[in-house]
Design a protein around this ligand. Structure first.
Ligand code: BTN
Length: 240
């Protein structure tokens, strides 16, 4: 890994590598050895990229994969992945106008396809936010499944996009630590891919009607009862 300069990001050092197992794992090891608040690890390719709930995050060359370390102290609420998703979309939109949405709790969506994901991991006073964005889909994958991509971002220097995302992340984290999810709720409603849709969340089935004040998903079941979901995997029951 080599240390590089990232335009507009001075909170912590930035390390780049062509290939790593996982930027979040690497950063966690560095945090164990005293890495500073704001340290960033960026890789062109990951050989063992991780997603939420132990899933694999396929990370071929050509995507944007990075993780940032924040030494935050306790977080008021658990919903920071949603806010981080909003920060990623906000950062990207400063360069390219795209209609991106968030599929609770951590997927970035474009036209109904997943184009990115956020992995927020909290350990004591350490928060590691990992961001993965597909900028292109490798040709050999196109037949097997159809994730979305953001090819428009390829004409911008990746460091510039990362700098914009990181700054928004840092700014939003400060607000979140002071005030929790509530100041972000309206923006999250606007960005929501799920609002109004019929879904299953693990064993529950219903229509997504809102976010609660701590970022939980509220669904109304067919019998009219409302359920608050704090975690889980969401499947959409209807097509775009
Ligand atoms: C998900 O969709 O479940 C989250 C995917 C997060 C992927 C990013 S890529 C950079 C960082 N390093 C990892 O190993 N995972 C995150």
């Amino acid at each position: 890994m080599r240390k590089i300069r990232l335009p507009g990001w001075s909170t912590g050092p930035v390390y780049f590598s062509h290939r790593l197992k996982s930027t979040s794992d690497c950063l966690r090891e560095m945090a164990g050895q005293g890495a500073a608040h704001g340290t960033v690890v960026w890789a062109k390719e990951q050989t063992r990229g991780r997603g939420r709930r132990g899933r694999e995050w396929f990370s071929p060359p050509g995507g944007l994969y990075f993780s940032v370390l924040f030494k935050t102290g306790p977080l008021l609420e658990p919903s920071f992945a949603l806010i981080a998703g909003g920060a990623v979309i906000g950062g990207v939109k400063k360069r390219v106008k795209l209609n991106l949405k968030i599929k609770w709790p951590n997927d970035i969506m474009r036209n109904g396809n997943k184009v990115g994901g956020i992995l927020c991991e909290k350990q004591g006073e350490l928060l590691i936010v990992g961001v993965g964005l597909n900028l292109e889909i490798p040709a050999n994958l196109k037949n097997s499944f159809s994730p979305g991509s953001l090819p428009e971002l390829k004409s911008h220097p990746p460091g510039e996009i990362m700098g914009l995302i990181l700054n928004k992340l840092e700014e939003d984290l400060e607000v979140f630590q002071e005030n929790g999810f509530l100041p972000f709720r309206n923006e999250q409603r606007r960005l929501s891919f799920l609002l109004g849709r019929w879904v299953t969340v693990d064993n529950l089935q219903g229509q997504v009607i809102d976010y609660g004040e701590k970022g939980q998903l509220i669904i109304r079941c067919a019998d009219g009862t409302e359920k608050h979901c704090w975690q889980g995997t969401v499947m959409v029951l209807e097509e775009e």
